[in-house]
Design a binder for this molecule. Structure first.
Ligand code: TMP
Length: 211
Protein backbone atom coordinates (compact mmCIF):
# COMPACT_ATOMS: atom_id res chain seq x y z
CA UNK A 1 0.00 0.00 0.00
CA UNK A 2 1.34 3.44 -0.92
CA UNK A 3 0.94 6.06 1.78
CA UNK A 4 -2.36 7.94 1.47
CA UNK A 5 -2.22 11.68 0.88
CA UNK A 6 -3.66 14.47 3.00
CA UNK A 7 -4.89 17.17 0.60
CA UNK A 8 -6.31 20.54 1.62
CA UNK A 9 -8.05 23.31 -0.33
CA UNK A 10 -7.80 26.94 0.77
CA UNK A 11 -8.83 30.39 -0.40
CA UNK A 12 -10.79 33.49 0.52
CA UNK A 13 -14.59 33.34 0.48
CA UNK A 14 -16.13 32.77 -2.95
CA UNK A 15 -12.94 31.36 -4.48
CA UNK A 16 -14.75 28.22 -5.74
CA UNK A 17 -13.58 25.69 -3.16
CA UNK A 18 -16.75 23.59 -3.38
CA UNK A 19 -16.45 23.03 -7.14
CA UNK A 20 -12.77 22.29 -6.78
CA UNK A 21 -13.38 19.76 -3.97
CA UNK A 22 -15.92 17.95 -6.16
CA UNK A 23 -13.39 17.65 -9.01
CA UNK A 24 -10.65 16.35 -6.74
CA UNK A 25 -13.03 13.81 -5.22
CA UNK A 26 -13.91 12.49 -8.69
CA UNK A 27 -10.27 12.16 -9.66
CA UNK A 28 -9.29 10.29 -6.53
CA UNK A 29 -12.24 7.93 -6.89
CA UNK A 30 -11.35 7.37 -10.56
CA UNK A 31 -8.05 5.89 -9.33
CA UNK A 32 -9.99 3.53 -7.05
CA UNK A 33 -8.54 5.07 -3.91
CA UNK A 34 -10.57 5.27 -0.70
CA UNK A 35 -11.25 8.84 0.34
CA UNK A 36 -12.57 10.81 3.32
CA UNK A 37 -13.93 14.22 2.33
CA UNK A 38 -14.25 16.56 5.27
CA UNK A 39 -14.04 20.19 6.33
CA UNK A 40 -12.84 22.63 8.97
CA UNK A 41 -14.00 23.96 11.25
CA UNK A 42 -16.14 20.85 11.57
CA UNK A 43 -15.87 17.25 10.42
CA UNK A 44 -17.09 15.70 13.70
CA UNK A 45 -20.31 16.21 15.71
CA UNK A 46 -18.45 18.36 18.27
CA UNK A 47 -16.54 20.16 15.51
CA UNK A 48 -19.75 20.98 13.66
CA UNK A 49 -21.22 22.43 16.89
CA UNK A 50 -18.09 24.55 17.29
CA UNK A 51 -18.45 25.62 13.63
CA UNK A 52 -21.96 26.84 14.49
CA UNK A 53 -20.56 28.96 17.32
CA UNK A 54 -17.70 30.28 15.17
CA UNK A 55 -19.70 31.18 12.07
CA UNK A 56 -23.03 32.09 13.66
CA UNK A 57 -24.02 35.43 15.06
CA UNK A 58 -24.73 34.53 18.73
CA UNK A 59 -21.21 35.56 19.80
CA UNK A 60 -20.25 38.28 17.34
CA UNK A 61 -17.82 39.94 19.76
CA UNK A 62 -15.87 36.83 20.80
CA UNK A 63 -12.23 37.51 21.65
CA UNK A 64 -9.72 36.74 18.90
CA UNK A 65 -7.97 34.31 21.28
CA UNK A 66 -11.26 32.46 21.90
CA UNK A 67 -11.79 32.17 18.15
CA UNK A 68 -8.27 30.80 17.69
CA UNK A 69 -8.63 28.25 20.50
CA UNK A 70 -12.05 27.09 19.26
CA UNK A 71 -10.55 26.49 15.80
CA UNK A 72 -7.86 24.32 17.35
CA UNK A 73 -10.35 22.59 19.68
CA UNK A 74 -12.38 21.56 16.64
CA UNK A 75 -9.16 20.50 14.87
CA UNK A 76 -7.94 18.38 17.81
CA UNK A 77 -11.22 16.45 17.75
CA UNK A 78 -11.14 16.15 13.96
CA UNK A 79 -7.60 14.80 13.91
CA UNK A 80 -8.21 12.26 16.70
CA UNK A 81 -11.62 11.06 15.62
CA UNK A 82 -11.38 11.13 11.82
CA UNK A 83 -8.22 12.29 10.04
CA UNK A 84 -5.57 10.22 11.82
CA UNK A 85 -7.68 7.01 11.89
CA UNK A 86 -8.39 7.40 8.16
CA UNK A 87 -4.75 7.95 7.19
CA UNK A 88 -3.71 5.02 9.42
CA UNK A 89 -6.08 2.78 7.43
CA UNK A 90 -4.67 3.93 4.09
CA UNK A 91 -7.63 6.21 3.32
CA UNK A 92 -6.87 9.49 1.54
CA UNK A 93 -8.14 12.67 3.19
CA UNK A 94 -9.46 15.72 1.34
CA UNK A 95 -10.16 18.60 3.69
CA UNK A 96 -11.93 21.89 2.93
CA UNK A 97 -9.54 24.21 4.84
CA UNK A 98 -7.08 23.29 7.59
CA UNK A 99 -4.41 25.06 9.68
CA UNK A 100 -3.32 27.34 6.83
CA UNK A 101 -6.74 28.97 7.27
CA UNK A 102 -5.84 29.64 10.91
CA UNK A 103 -2.59 31.31 9.88
CA UNK A 104 -4.42 33.30 7.20
CA UNK A 105 -7.54 34.36 9.16
CA UNK A 106 -6.49 34.42 12.82
CA UNK A 107 -2.82 35.20 12.10
CA UNK A 108 -2.78 37.62 9.17
CA UNK A 109 -6.46 38.64 9.40
CA UNK A 110 -6.87 39.12 13.18
CA UNK A 111 -3.16 39.85 13.59
CA UNK A 112 -2.51 37.24 16.30
CA UNK A 113 1.27 36.58 16.32
CA UNK A 114 2.05 33.66 14.01
CA UNK A 115 4.38 32.12 16.62
CA UNK A 116 1.39 31.52 18.92
CA UNK A 117 -0.40 29.66 16.16
CA UNK A 118 2.72 27.67 15.47
CA UNK A 119 2.88 26.53 19.14
CA UNK A 120 -0.73 25.30 18.95
CA UNK A 121 -0.07 23.64 15.59
CA UNK A 122 2.85 21.63 16.99
CA UNK A 123 0.92 20.74 20.14
CA UNK A 124 -2.35 19.68 18.50
CA UNK A 125 -0.95 18.11 15.32
CA UNK A 126 2.47 16.74 16.25
CA UNK A 127 4.19 16.27 12.89
CA UNK A 128 0.96 16.05 10.88
CA UNK A 129 0.84 18.58 8.02
CA UNK A 130 -1.01 18.45 4.68
CA UNK A 131 0.91 16.81 1.82
CA UNK A 132 -0.62 19.04 -0.85
CA UNK A 133 -2.49 22.34 -0.54
CA UNK A 134 -4.34 23.97 -3.41
CA UNK A 135 -4.76 27.70 -2.93
CA UNK A 136 -7.53 29.22 -5.03
CA UNK A 137 -6.43 32.82 -5.31
CA UNK A 138 -8.54 35.72 -6.56
CA UNK A 139 -9.18 39.40 -5.77
CA UNK A 140 -11.18 39.62 -2.56
CA UNK A 141 -13.88 41.85 -4.07
CA UNK A 142 -14.61 39.20 -6.72
CA UNK A 143 -14.75 36.43 -4.13
CA UNK A 144 -16.97 38.34 -1.71
CA UNK A 145 -19.33 39.29 -4.51
CA UNK A 146 -19.68 35.62 -5.50
CA UNK A 147 -20.11 34.52 -1.87
CA UNK A 148 -22.68 37.28 -1.25
CA UNK A 149 -24.87 36.03 -4.11
CA UNK A 150 -24.88 32.54 -2.62
CA UNK A 151 -26.08 33.08 0.98
CA UNK A 152 -26.42 35.62 3.78
CA UNK A 153 -23.03 36.52 5.28
CA UNK A 154 -21.63 34.47 8.19
CA UNK A 155 -19.61 36.02 11.05
CA UNK A 156 -16.42 36.03 8.94
CA UNK A 157 -18.04 37.31 5.76
CA UNK A 158 -19.10 40.41 7.69
CA UNK A 159 -15.47 41.48 8.16
CA UNK A 160 -14.18 44.58 6.38
CA UNK A 161 -12.45 44.36 3.00
CA UNK A 162 -9.09 45.18 4.63
CA UNK A 163 -9.39 42.01 6.74
CA UNK A 164 -9.80 39.85 3.61
CA UNK A 165 -6.92 41.65 1.89
CA UNK A 166 -4.70 40.63 4.80
CA UNK A 167 -6.06 37.07 4.59
CA UNK A 168 -5.34 36.88 0.86
CA UNK A 169 -1.81 38.25 1.24
CA UNK A 170 -1.32 35.90 4.20
CA UNK A 171 -2.22 32.89 2.05
CA UNK A 172 0.18 34.06 -0.67
CA UNK A 173 2.99 34.38 1.90
CA UNK A 174 2.23 30.90 3.24
CA UNK A 175 2.32 29.55 -0.32
CA UNK A 176 5.72 31.17 -0.89
CA UNK A 177 7.10 29.80 2.40
CA UNK A 178 5.79 26.26 1.76
CA UNK A 179 6.28 26.27 -2.01
CA UNK A 180 6.90 22.48 -2.09
CA UNK A 181 3.47 21.69 -0.69
CA UNK A 182 1.40 24.48 -2.32
CA UNK A 183 -0.12 24.87 -5.76
CA UNK A 184 -1.49 28.38 -6.31
CA UNK A 185 -4.35 28.52 -8.80
CA UNK A 186 -5.65 31.75 -10.30
CA UNK A 187 -9.35 31.37 -9.50
CA UNK A 188 -10.40 34.65 -11.14
CA UNK A 189 -10.39 32.96 -14.58
CA UNK A 190 -13.40 31.21 -16.16
CA UNK A 191 -14.45 28.04 -14.35
CA UNK A 192 -13.31 25.74 -17.18
CA UNK A 193 -9.72 27.07 -16.96
CA UNK A 194 -9.66 26.80 -13.17
CA UNK A 195 -11.06 23.24 -13.34
CA UNK A 196 -8.40 22.28 -15.91
CA UNK A 197 -5.60 23.48 -13.68
CA UNK A 198 -7.03 21.76 -10.61
CA UNK A 199 -7.25 18.46 -12.56
CA UNK A 200 -3.68 18.88 -13.74
CA UNK A 201 -2.38 19.57 -10.23
CA UNK A 202 -4.15 16.54 -8.77
CA UNK A 203 -3.14 14.25 -11.61
CA UNK A 204 0.51 15.27 -11.24
CA UNK A 205 0.30 14.61 -7.54
CA UNK A 206 -1.44 11.23 -7.95
CA UNK A 207 1.05 10.16 -10.65
CA UNK A 208 3.92 10.88 -8.28
CA UNK A 209 2.35 9.34 -5.18
CA UNK A 210 0.50 6.24 -6.29
CA UNK A 211 1.97 3.11 -7.73
P1 TMP B 1 -16.09 28.02 4.74
O1 TMP B 1 -15.43 26.71 5.05
O2 TMP B 1 -17.50 27.89 4.39
O3 TMP B 1 -15.29 28.84 3.81
O4 TMP B 1 -16.19 28.86 6.11
C1 TMP B 1 -15.31 28.72 7.14
C2 TMP B 1 -14.93 30.08 7.67
O5 TMP B 1 -14.09 29.88 8.80
C3 TMP B 1 -14.15 30.93 6.68
O6 TMP B 1 -14.55 32.28 6.78
C4 TMP B 1 -12.72 30.82 7.18
C5 TMP B 1 -12.87 30.60 8.66
N1 TMP B 1 -11.78 29.82 9.27
C6 TMP B 1 -10.90 30.47 10.11
O7 TMP B 1 -11.03 31.66 10.34
N2 TMP B 1 -9.88 29.75 10.67
C7 TMP B 1 -9.71 28.41 10.46
O8 TMP B 1 -8.79 27.79 11.01
C8 TMP B 1 -10.66 27.74 9.59
C9 TMP B 1 -10.51 26.28 9.33
C10 TMP B 1 -11.66 28.49 9.01
Amino acid sequence: MTNPGFITVEGVEGAGKTTCLGLIEQQIHARKLELLVTREPGGTPLGEDLRGLLLGHQHTGMADETELLLMFAARAEHLKARIEPALAKGIWVLCDRFTDATYAYQGYGREIPLERISVLEDWVQGHRRPDLTLLLDLPVETGLERAGKRSSPDRFERQALAFFERVRQGYLSLAATHAQRYRVIDASRPLGDVAGEVRQAINDYLDRHTG
